[in-house]
Design a protein around this ligand. Structure first.
Ligand code: FA5
Length: 387
């Protein structure tokens, strides 16, 4: 028996010829270079490196070759496949970089462009409520009057018949900007143009009542004015007090005005603001600038008094008292009229003043006054859009 003929090594397999392998490789490289995006490259990859690709099929032929031819063909196919894979990888990196650069441009956000979701603003409920109150009186012929928040002590106190030692002037209640000049000779005259007026200190007004005085000095009677405005007191900020709050003051001076006119005006106001049939009541009180003076209460607009003595129907708004305290009022003290140069024998009148924050509290069930001053839109938003 003869030994195997090792010199016999046929290489005549068409698909493995060097020029054929080079053609397959070049076709693959050309297709890779021509792939314009990652999807196209994926198709090229499947076509030229997948199981049914020409190079993969050629690779399968190698196993049938004799050793020498197998080694040659294996090397050729291996090199061709290596070149194709390397080109694929390089093109993949290139196309990914292109895609990333394009996405950056296409999906860029221009933060300077105007957008259409700017929330429409609205005014604070304190402003809109005080304007609603003004409107009630403007409709009746009243004029809106204003005065400075930094006020002469004379307007804030003296002209309103506060004695020099009245406790409200004390540093604990009043923010003083400048103290009064001490001159015992000046006394405590409330007369306009007196030495006392000249030596008056300067305060942040503690109420809107000094606007009464300014209105009387600026106008000839009859005078009908409504005066909204910000006032200041040295109160701590808590659930029911704020050192800066809003008052609305009303002053009516004419011939023959009486307490009945005051009562009718108050009733009209609460009916206009809280509904038909509402009424007010007056309780004796003291203010230096009104005589007689009263605290004014309005009927509870929620329970209309039905909660009083009725544990089955408690009312949070009035604490089951049937009445809600509004503020102070009275007939203008003749001494104030005299200080403003108005003849008290000919003219009389009434005034009232109340706090808007407190009214906003009971009108809208606001439990804490601090919410009104903190500027959080979650508080103001439920009041809606009033421009
Ligand atoms: C006055 O200020 C008088 N000028 C009212 C007046 C006018 C009486 C005209 C007679 C004639 P009083 O100090 O009571 O009165 O304040 C009126 C209202 O301001 C109070 O009823 C209350 O609603 C409100 N108020 C007082 N202090 C504060 C505070 N710290 N924070 C919020 N509201 C306040």
């Amino acid at each position: 028996m003869s030994a195997p003929n090792k010199s016999y090594d046929p290489v005549e397999v068409e698909a493995l010829k060097p020029e054929e392998i080079a053609r397959m490789r070049d076709e693959a490289l050309a297709a890779i270079a021509a792939a314009g995006d990652l999807d196209a490259l994926h198709e090229v990859k499947v076509a030229h490196t997948g199981d049914r690709s020409p190079l993969a099929l050629a690779n399968r032929e190698i196993g049938a070759l004799p050793p020498k031819a197998k080694a040659d063909a294996g090397k050729r196919v291996g090199q061709a496949r290596g070149a194709v894979n390397q080109a694929l990888k390089a093109r993949q990196t290139e196309l990914e970089a292109d895609r990333d650069a394009r996405v950056l441009v296409e999906e860029a956000v221009d933060v300077t462009l105007p957008h259409d979701r700017v929330p429409a603003g609205a005014r604070h409920p304190l402003t809109t409520l005080s304007e609603r109150i003004e409107d009630v009186f403007v409709a009746m012929g009243y004029e809106v009057a204003e005065g400075p928040e930094v006020e002469a002590e004379w307007f804030n106190f003296d002209a309103l018949n506060f004695t020099p030692d009245h406790p409200a002037r004390a540093m604990q209640d009043t923010f003083f900007i400048e103290p009064a000049t001490e001159d015992p000779a000046a006394g405590s005259s409330t007369a306009k143009g007196s030495a006392a007026e000249d030596q008056s200190g300067v305060v942040l007004r503690t109420h809107t009542s000094p606007v009464q005085v300014r209105a009387l000095l600026d106008r000839e009677p009859p005078v009908y004015v409504i005066c909204p405005g910000r006032v200041y007191r040295t109160d701590e900020l808590d659930a029911t007090h704020t050192p800066v709050f809003t008052q609305v003051e009303l002053l009516a001076i004419d011939e023959g005005l009486t307490m009945a006119d005051l009562k009718g005006t108050l009733d009209h106001m609460v009916q206009a603001l809280f509904g038909e049939g509402m009424s007010t009541r007056l309780r004796p009180a003291y203010f230096p600038f009104t005589e007689p003076s009263a605290e004014m209460d309005m009927e509870c607009y929620v329970c209309r008094g039905e909660s009083v003595g009725n544990p089955d129907r408690p009312c949070r708004t009035c604490s089951s008292e049937g009445w809600i305290e509004l503020g102070g009022c009275g007939m203008v003290n003749p001494r104030v009229l005299t200080a403003c140069g108005v003849d008290p024998k000919k003219y009389s009148g009434f005034a009232f003043g109340f706090g808007i924050e407190r009214m906003l509290m009971f009108r809208h069930n606001v439990e804490d006054m601090r919410d009104m001053v903190e500027g959080d839109v979650r508080f103001t938003r439920p009041f809606g859009m009033e421009i």
